[in-house]
Design a protein around this ligand. Structure first.
Ligand code: ATP
Length: 508
């Protein structure tokens, strides 16, 4: 019966995340245990990719193999490892297994097996039960048989991913992306996953990207991912925070200087543009750049050349720009604090990163990630959230977004310990430790529910790109008083190409 279900899912046309999720559910039902977790090996850590019976925040955890002897033991063997109920090795899921009222607090039976795909260790599968004696020698053998099916499911999912990446390559004429390894942006919500999909495509395009979003939404992580998924990934990603740049130093920081250019310039020095040559320059907090420097930046973007301070000859640079802002730059343009032409030049491909309160239960996945970091940092056996604390996190509005969540969890863990919680037990964080201000409670409204687009409704990539191109051309024309030559310069494209493109897009 179990074999039939697993085999049917293996050949069914399912998204890979759904296939793996169904697989762990089927195994949990088949083994009648409390929790099943499929973890993928990434460098020195195991990351859950599908769980059933564990708290949702488990998906945000990352278990360093060196700190989890049970997982290390499972990984080291090709056979099933069965831990005796009284084994004194700490269980990574202590406190994370969903419990029925009256069930014991700690996991009692645990077994697991390592998984190998194409001859390489891929990860592990673990099964946990809250009652001692749930697993016996026969289960051990059965798990070994099923491990082959799980490996097959993983291989199918991987092939599907490769195929999708390959299709994208043909459509876009770009090199194969390394997207599967770019996994540092945690979250499973539809709104985030769609954005990441879009980001991986735009990464390969070499377009200038303007990332916008509230403070703490992860703009820097997105910029890093864009670089990592681009053909420039082997070249440097150079970052500069425009808000921390005094006007007097900004020009030399960005473009460099020669000896004697100003008092204190004792040697020639390259600026960030030259440092990023061949790679990406990330201009963080671009909205804070002084107006005088904005003009120089615009010239560089248009001409692909920089001039070191004190030097006459320009130097060519090949740099992709990613800019980020937590301001409404269009408002800054209207108010005169930001140049319209630079704004259009930067927002060739604008990406709005949604605030945390619009990402549904991602807040729990991220909380799991920060709980695991704090568990290790503080040397606690297990750190988890009470159901009430989970509700409080889901209900809060997160004006400081992920950064605020990170601080809230770190603070709560320390408070719990300083109020007497024992490091050797399961430390459960209660709402009081989270200390969330009541004023920022989230108002859940229709606007916050991410709309799930079906295939028919969802615009294709080409439609999205064309829409953005149309908008960029209109805005450039508007700011150049309808002058095509000036608009072409503003967009850094050849005027005849601009005419052709505008005709094709119906702008002309
Ligand atoms: N999806 C995510 N997964 C994991 N960590 C995240 C995620 N988003 C943000 N973070 C973490 O939250 C913190 C804030 O992120 P980041 O500095 O990228 O935000 P930002 O949008 O650039 O903020 P600001 O506008 O204030 O500079 C960082 O520690 C980052 O690693």
């Amino acid at each position: 019966m179990l074999d039939d279900t697993l085999l049917a899912d293996l050949v069914a046309d399912l998204p890979s995340a759904v296939r793996l999720q169904r697989l762990v559910r089927t195994l949990r039902e088949g083994f009648r245990c409390g929790a099943v977790c499929l973890l993928r090996l990434e460098a020195d850590a195991l990351r859950p990719v599908a769980v059933d019976g564990l708290a949702r925040e488990a998906l945000g955890r990352r278990f360093e193999v060196a700190h989890h002897p049970r997982l290390a033991t499972i990984l080291a063997s090709r056979r099933t490892t069965l831990f005796a109920p009284d084994a004194d090795l700490p269980d990574p899921y202590d406190g994370l297994v969903e419990q029925q009222p009256g069930q014991p607090l700690h996991v009692h039976d645990c077994m697991g097996i390592s998984l190998h795909v194409e001859g390489e260790p891929w990860g592990v599968l673990t099964l946990d039960a809250l009652e001692a004696g749930t697993f016996d020698a026969a289960d051990r053998m059965t798990l070994e048989r099923y491990a082959l099916l799980v490996e097959a499911a993983v291989r199918v999912s991987r092939l599907e991913q490769d195929l999708r990446a390959l299709r994208m390559t043909h459509q876009e004429g770009s090199p194969l992306l390394s997207a599967p390894e770019a996994r540092d942006i945690l979250g499973h919500s539809g709104v985030l996953q769609r954005l990441l999909g879009e980001l991986d495509v735009v990464a390969a395009s070499d377009l200038t990207v303007l990332l916008s979003g509230e403070t703490g939404v992860g703009k820097e992580l997105f910029a890093r991912r864009l670089h990592r998924c681009s053909s420039r990934r082997e070249a440097p990603l150079v970052q500069i925070n425009c808000a921390a740049l005094p006007e007097s130093l900004a020009e030399s920081e960005l473009f460099g200087h020669v000896k004697g250019a100003f008092s204190g310039a004792s040697t020639d020095r390259a600026g960030r543009f030259e440092a990023a040559d061949g790679g990406t320059l990330f201009l963080d907090e671009i909205g804070e750049l002084p107006l005088s420097i904005q003009a120089k930046l615009l010239r560089t973007l248009q001409e692909g050349e920089i001039q070191r301070l004190g030097e006459d000859t320009p130097r060519r640079v090949d740099v992709r720009i990613i800019a980020a802002t937590n301001r409404q730059l269009a408002d800054s343009v209207r108010e005169g604090g930001f140049r319209a032409d630079l704004y259009h030049r930067l927002s060739v491909y604008p990406v709005a990163i949604p605030p945390l309160r619009e990402r549904g239960s991602d807040v729990l996945v991220l909380a799991g990630h920060f709980l695991e970091i704090n568990r290790m940092r503080l040397g606690v056996r297990s750190l988890r959230l009470s159901p009430e604390a989970e509700q409080a996190l889901l209900a809060y509005g997160w004006p400081g977004n992920v950064r605020e969540l990170e601080h809230v969890i770190s603070r709560a863990a320390i408070k719990a310990l300083s109020h007497g919680a024992s490091r050797d037990d399961i430390v459960t964080l209660m709402p009081a430790w989270l200390d969330l201000p009541v004023s920022a409670e989230r108002v859940v409204g229709a606007a916050e529910t991410p709309k799930v687009l079906n295939e028919a409704e969802s615009p294709t990539l080409r439609e999205r790109v064309e829409k953005t191109q149309r908008q960029a051309i209109r805005e450039a024309l508007e700011s150049c008083d309808g002058g095509w030559a000036a608009a072409a310069r503003c967009l850094a494209v050849d005027p005849s190409n601009l005419h052709k493109l505008a005709r094709r897009l119906g702008v002309k």
